[in-house]
Design a protein around this ligand. Sequence first.
Ligand SMILES: C[S@@+](CC[C@H](N)C(=O)[O-])C[C@H]1O[C@@H](n2cnc3c(N)ncnc32)[C@H](O)[C@@H]1O
Length: 298
Amino acid sequence: MNRLKTSAGLLACALVRARRLLQVTACTLALGVAAQGAAQEKEPERTGGPYVPTPQIVVESMLRMANVGPKDFVVDLGSGDGVIVLTAASQLKAAGYGVDIDPALVKYSNGEAARLGIADRASFHVQDVFKADLSRASVITLYLLPSMMINLRPKIFLEAKPGTRVVSHDYTFDDWHPDDQIVLDVPEKEKINGVPRATINLWIVPAKVQGKWQVQIEGFERYEVALRQKYQMVSGSAEAAGKGAKLTYATLRGEDIRFTVMDGAVRRNFKGTASGEAMQGMVDLGGGKTARWTAKRV
Ligand SMILES: C[S@@+](CC[C@H](N)C(=O)[O-])C[C@H]1O[C@@H](n2cnc3c(N)ncnc32)[C@H](O)[C@@H]1O
C-alpha cells in the first residue's frame, strides 16, 4: 500500500517536475534570446558538465543512502533545478543549500523553495562549486562530470568535516574508493546516457590521522605509532620501549578508528575516535579486560 502510494507520488512528482522544467527551459531560452539582442551575456562556464537532472527515484535513494534526517545540512554542488536539497528539506526536514553556475536554475530553485514553504531551510546561490563553503555540511551531494569529481576531490577531503557523508550519482573520485555503492535500475536514464541504470556512491570523509602518535594505555604500555593514510585506508607500524611491534587491522570511518598492536604474545585491540591532534577510546586487553587509551600527535 505504502509502496503504491510512493510510486504514485513519484510519478506525480516526476510529471510536475517535468512541466516545471519545461518552464525553466523556456525561461533559459528566453534569457538566451534576450542575451543575443543585448551585449551577448556570457553563457555560464559549466566546468562540471551540463544540466542533466537526477531522476526523483535516484534522488531519494541518494538521500536514503546518506541517511539524511532533520539534523542534517545538505550541500549540493552543481544543484541544477534544486531537486536534491528541495527533497531533503521537504521530505526529510533537513536544511541545506545548493550552488550552481547558472542563474536561471538558481532562481528557479529558490522559487520552488518559496513555493514549498521551505525557503528558511533550503536556499540556492549562484557560485562556482570550488568556492562553495563546505564547513556546515554534514552531507554533500554531487552529479558532476568525472573530471570535475577528481578536481573536487582534494577540496572535499580537506574541507569537509570528518564524518561528512558524500553521495554521488554515477561518478566517483577515482582512487578515493567509495565506502559503499549501489546500482539501481532506472529505465528513464537510457534516453539520457544510454544506460538504464544509476550507480550511487557513498564516502565517509575520514579524519586526518597520518603521522606519528604517542599512544598510552592507562595503567599499561605506551606505544610509538606511525600511521600512513590514503583517504580512508590506513596502515602503519608501532614500537614499544624502542622495540618493533606489529600494527594490523587498521580501519578508519569518519572519526572512528580501529587498529591492533601485536607485541610478541601481547595483543591489544584499539577502538576509538580521532579528532585533530588527539585520539582516545577503549582497548581490549584480552581475557575480558579493557582499559582507556589516549594518543597525542608528536
Ligand atoms: C548534471 S547537473 C546536476 C544537477 C543536480 N545536482 C541533480 O543531480 O539533479 C550539473 C549541474 O552543475 C552545474 N555546474 C556545472 N559546472 C559548474 C560549476 N563549475 N560550478 C557550479 N555549478 C556548475 C550545471 O549548471 C548543472 O546544473
